[in-house]
Design a protein around this ligand. Structure first.
Ligand code: DX5
Ligand code: ZN
Length: 216
């Protein structure tokens, strides 16, 4: 499988979101990545259900929902009702991670677990087989446009090794500071899905930037 690209709407123009969604619809973007922040798990607040619920009417691209919130288990049915394809919950936010992953799947969504930069991939040994995807944060979550943490490339390689050893079908997604340089190195290390916010939306030609990310 060639890798997927999931532009993050966090860097879009919120005063004219429809225009940016239309741009993504025209582009080669595989998924749309939605960053939900609560001001508690991360030091920022983004957007919530009033926005998420409108998106499925405006796009047929799968919605990849990244919850940077405490107690994400409270919102499984609402996220499913919003039409999410993938629900990402943080390892650091879930005491009963196995139960949350089961609930996500029971609601018909794909289940992903996200790791902060300081959380080692080996902590997922006993749940990897239950996961459709692992999202590795390559910046500290909370803001777009931050500098890529280099150690993330090694984490992708270590996770890929674990996936091959355990013979699971788990995808590896990476989020934060992705551009053509970091993106290429991540794909070479085993990444299956690249999230990119600022690099796409701050570029002069976002459709072409997405095409270039696809071609890495
Ligand atoms: C950060 C978010 C990211 C963010 C990535 O907390 O999870 O999805 O939008 O933005 P860039 O690509 O600008 O680093
Ligand atoms: Zn994200």
């Amino acid at each position: 499988m060639s890798h997927l690209v999931a532009p993050s709407l966090l860097s879009a123009n919120f005063l004219n979101l429809e225009k940016d969604i239309e741009m993504l619809n025209r582009s080669e973007a595989d998924w749309i990545h939605l960053d939900i922040m609560d001001g508690v798990f991360v030091p920022n607040i983004s957007f919530g259900f009033p926005v998420i619920n409108l998106l499925k009417e405006k796009t047929s691209k799968p919605l990849d929902v990244h919850l940077m919130i405490v107690q994400p288990e409270k919102f499984v049915s609402e996220i499913a009702a919003a039409g999410a394809y993938m629900m990402n919950v943080h390892y650091e936010a879930c005491t009963h991670l196995h139960r949350v992953v089961g609930e996500i799947k029971k609601h018909g969504m794909k289940a992903a677990v996200t790791l902060n930069p300081h959380t080692p991939v080996w902590l997922l040994e006993d749940i990897l087989a239950d996961l459709d995807m692992v999202l590795l944060m390559s910046v500290n979550p909370g803001f777009g446009g931050q500098k890529f943490i280099e150690h993330s490339v090694e984490k992708v390689a270590a996770l890929k090794e674990m996936i091959l050893r355990k013979n699971t079908q788990t995808l590896i997604e990476v989020d934060g500071g992705v551009n053509l340089d970091t993106g290429k190195r991540l794909v070479d290390a085993g990444a299956d899905v690249l999230v990119a916010g600022n690099f796409v939306f701050a570029s002069d030609d976002p459709v072409d930037t997405i095409r270039q990310l696809k071609q890495l």
